[in-house]
Design a protein around this ligand. Sequence first.
Ligand SMILES: *Cc1c(COP(=O)(O)O)cnc(C)c1O
Length: 388
Amino acid sequence: MAGFSERLGAVLAQRRRDGLYRHRLTLDSAQGPLVQVDGRQYLNFCSNDYLGLAAHPRVIERFRRAASEYGVGSGASHLVCGHSAPHHALEEALAEFTGRQRALLFSSGYMANTGILTSLLQRGDYVFEDRLNHASLLDGGLHSGARFQRFAHNDVAALQARLTAADGPRLVVVDGVFSMDGDTAPLPELAALCRAEDAWLMVDDAHGFGVLGERGVGSTEAAGLAPDAVPVLMATLGKALGTAGAFVAGSELLIEGLIQQSRNYIYTTALPPAVAAAGLEALALVSEEAWRREHLAGLVARFRRGAAQLGLPLMPSSSAIQPLLVGDAVRAVALSERLRAAGFLIGAIRPPTVPAGTSRLRITLTAAHSDTQVDQLLAQLAALWKAD
Ligand SMILES: *Cc1c(COP(=O)(O)O)cnc(C)c1O
């Protein structure tokens, strides 16, 4: 007997006991501030569709037209015959938008991060990661064969001590906006340190791209960093851009190196061309409709003001990710369930996604929410915290 069933059974039972068991919702509607689940409408405060573009009519129409022209499946990997004109146009648009020589599409952010790190790094190199980095960055660093070191969250001095003690090729990797905390990396300090130490800086801007900076380029624009300060810029297209996939932007050399060597790029079917076409439309909307960023920033300020007045456990975040720290996993789940019963979708984020004892309600705001909806959320949270 292989013993797999017993082991799986034990793992699931333990997760149930610890309040860590996860369930999926099945949506019967598009993403938006209102979603349909099991015949009931909910106010959605857990989507990463930060600009409200996932169901934007122009994005849908562009997708439809491209599907008519290019079909649905890409048919092959990029290096065989799956690389089509919409993929190419999106790569060129992303390179131009981010001010880099080139950009390269990946099928997902997870694939991009593990693919970048495992092909850039070699045994003997060093990779330094913020301990709150996204799982895909940690996994990529661990699997790269390089010497892997985590440093305390946003602790530039701790990183400096580690960097100066190491020699050889060194890569520093951070989230631009931390996905479960909503705070931002100290990019100017990190860039200055990397420059002084002759290390490379990689930023995963999954939650900043499209949202931060005057033009929506993201965390690096907001921090005023020139392209050469961040040799490896990665971001996803499934969050603020409302579509799917991810990209890395950088030098000609970096991108050609990835095309030739990254197994995650080479051995997988290209995204559907229509998804790339939809990404082009979303990118155009990021540029044309700055009001989305402004409205979102207004909602974030409104939420924080209201939550502070109510004494809710806000975390130090000025981004669209506004977690409320609960601590205990079981209590976080209970709060999330009570919010659900009241018509609000907000996920309880628990270990192993966040450190033990820091379970939280991860509230996300989007440009598609209204002031009134944020006020409704605040009223509900006030009632819940008073009752708890
Ligand atoms: C979501 C996310 C990813 C993964 O992107 P996918 O396209 O969803 O695979 C990577 N990094 C960060 C910081 C993320 O939040």
